[in-house]
Design a protein. Sequence first.
Length: 654
Amino acid sequence: MATIESVMHETRIFSPDESFSEHANVAGMAAYRTLCSEAATDYEGFWMRLAQEHILWKKPFTRVLDERNAPFYKWFEDGELNASYNCLDRHLETRGDKTAIVFEADDGQVTRATYRELHASVCKMANGLKSIGVKKGDRVVIYMPMSIEAVVAMQACARIGAIHSVVFGGFSAKSLHERIADAGAHTVITADAGIRGGKAVHLKDAVDEALSMEAPTVEKVVVYKRAGIPTSWTEGRDIDWIELVSKQSAHCEPEWVDAEHPLFILYTSGSTGKPKGVQHSTGGYLLGAVLTMKWVFDHKEDDIFWCTADVGWITGHSYVAYGPLAVGSTQMIFEGVPTYPDAGRFWKIIQDHRVTTFYTAPTAIRSLIKLGADLPKQYDLSSLRLLGSVGEPINPEAWMWYFEVVGGKRCPLVDTWWQTETGSHMIAPLPGAAALKPGSCTFPLPGIQAAIVDEAGHDVEAGKGGFLVIKRPFPSQLRTLWNDPERFKQAYFPQEMGGKYYLSGDSANRDKDGYFWIMGRIDDVLNVSGHRLGTMEIESSLVANPLVAEAAVVGKPHEIKGEAVVAFVVLKGARAEGEKALEIAATLRDWVGHEIGPIAKPDEIRFGDNLPKTRSGKIMRRLLRTIAKGEDITQDVSTLENPAILEQLKTAVK
């Protein structure tokens, strides 16, 4: 196999501010290297020390890592703990009256909950779930809007040892049904509706429809009446959240579970379209969330932490529901969308609540650039001390805007690479240590043995692209796929690489300084005339053009070149049509040819007002590949924020 070619040339570099480094949790590259050296010298001893220091154990573990049944690794297996206890009870004496969550609703109303209040709410819900028959090991599907109640539901499940499976509130009834059925859920927790952009998103109706498709394991549906709208009701099955918790005690003894007890199942899209139930443990997962809050986000006691992700995604699990609470942070939760009532909403929230750490997705950043690149300057963002990026590679130009305009050139920007399957950050800058290169996620975290290999598992030389793998097991990684251990082995630990390396599914390269650059998904690599090109690099080149707000690149079969490059482009101005479209398309093709090389020039460019995205902002590249090939769309498009955009994108400009 030819290695994947890296065609990105980024030379800008930003060293950490001395005053930031001086007070950082990991202060300087020497401190980072000391941690890496400790892990390299005594791998199990390194993780043992961290697990003992950062997690509260009811029963201490005596075994660190069990590799006998690889790749079904076990960590801290004979130790006992409870995730909810680690997030709430541990803070009651020292931080009981500290604000745990600041919730801003779609209409701007603000609600606050202290650690003591959150603990009481979680205990009442936990007791409520027990009263309707939920017990340790039962699966509970949570289909909720962003709210304090969503976190309460997740923590309540963890408290009694039930396994939660959160389904993003934008998913259709069919998608919800698939996940309920696969998990064999006992209970569903939902709301009458969520409120986004001034509109009600009906959730209970979708639950009713999902359960009408046959879901024999579901016995109860708990409904939080968020919007106060008329809702159908099934007597004997449906239970009002308030009625359930109002009669419960505010004390609930935690269910102590072994470290390998499943904390949650989170479904992620598979390449076949069939969702994969990623199963995470309790102990190892929690350790990953805590360490990365302290290392990557450099968490401080007075931080106001805001991760904009929905709890339906892994980012909302690790950096909303668990990580911030486990370190005793005050965090922001927002119900709405960044463009309502106007495109200044995010910046106003940062200003009003004095947010210090802001963690969002490149898609959101690029959209906000398009909607008002100068808007952040109209707000007081001086409280910010750290920025973060998550979800996909961030192109250098978006990185620079985020760093300069939002962060005022003073805030380190941590570009984090990780996945649903890894549970927590794997490659990311430690902000008090690493010098930053726009578009690079920098270096692996201490203890994470990331590498770039060819398809046989051999390391590739610096500057060449290949498959991104992790060579040693790590505590926060997925344990298996729910009900599908064979698919787990085939997807993540292929025999072609010896069955021991975790295959991320991403392509990457490492430059001469050791910095990692994510090039895109392996299935997003284009084979153009024998050259293997990462789509992310072509996208970055397009977005660097001053006319372009956003771009997505896919391949389609070409009888001569193997694959043709098809670019979907959103302009900063109005969508181009007719002669203007031809003119701009020619300009952009020449631009890419100059920036990267003629081989990367798009064969087709399609202009749209937007790209097809889920409500969480993820670009649905699978749909774009279907459009590029001229095939009929048969996939479920109910999760799209803007399904009408698909028709626009069918017109190609040659």
